[in-house]
Design a protein around this ligand. Structure first.
Ligand code: GRF
Length: 217
């Protein structure tokens, strides 16, 4: 069966992109990466994609007069590549309402918190300042408001007493690299549908482990 074509949009290091590329290397994975697109020519992730023989493209936002014009150029290139799903992976540009509407339910994002808590930037610092015990990450469908949209998959990550933003970010990132491929697989297999602002997923059992932090004595 033809694999589900995806595009990955990056602005920087591209570790989530690399995790998706790695998942797609397995021929039994139901998706393939047709395009990696960056708004920054110097994004280190571009080299990783090229080394994996993935088509890459740079569309620099600075070359356009407006957000809408930049987004329209991206849409043109994404449509031409025949992708059915766009994965934002550290893509540091807000997207226009038009772009979100054009790709509604075909556009997903990963965020390093248990949304709807801790939207926005500097998430790890803010979690530590707030004193929450459980952090995590979320893959969600994108809506025009930042870090809003129906939730597909989340992973919980306990916070250690001596965590710094850096150590916490590193532990969350390990889980990001697990849940992003899972979310793509659920969509490519047709097992995830948006319904009433939420996502319904066919056929899954709850994990047995319950996370309590600090643990029971
Ligand atoms: C990740 O923490 C992701 O959750 C957030 O931006 C970061 C991107 O990292 N949206 P990378 O470029 O995937 O390594």
């Amino acid at each position: 069966m033809a694999r589900y074509k995806i595009a990955i949009l990056i602005s920087g290091r591209g570790s989530n992109m690399a995790a998706l590329i790695e998942a797609c290397r397995d021929e039994s994975f139901p998706a393939e990466v047709a395009l990696v697109l960056s708004n920054r020519p110097e994004a280190p992730g571009l080299e990783i994609a090229k080394a994996a023989h993935i088509p890459t493209q740079v569309i620099e936002h600075g070359d356009f007069d407006s957000r809408e014009a930049f987004d329209a150029a991206m849409t043109e290139s994404l449509a031409a590549s025949g992708v059915r799903l766009i994965c934002l992976a550290g893509f540091m540009r807000l997207l226009s309402a038009e772009f979100c509407q054009r790709w509604r339910d075909s556009l997903i994002n990963i965020h390093p918190s248990l949304l709807p808590a801790f939207k926005g930037l500097h998430v790890h610092e803010r979690m530590l300042e707030t004193g929450v015990r459980i952090a995590g990450c979320t893959v969600h469908f994108v809506r025009p408001e930042m870090d809003e949209g129906p939730i597909l998959v989340q992973a919980a990550v306990p916070i250690a007493a001596d965590d710094t933003p850096k150590t916490l970010a590193a532990r969350i990132l390990v889980q990001e690299h697990r849940i992003y491929p899972l979310a793509v697989r659920l969509i490519a297999e047709g097992r995830a549908r948006t319904a009433g602002g939420m996502v319904a997923i066919d056929n899954y059992g709850l994990p047995e482990q319950i996370l309590i932090n600090p643990p029971l004595e």
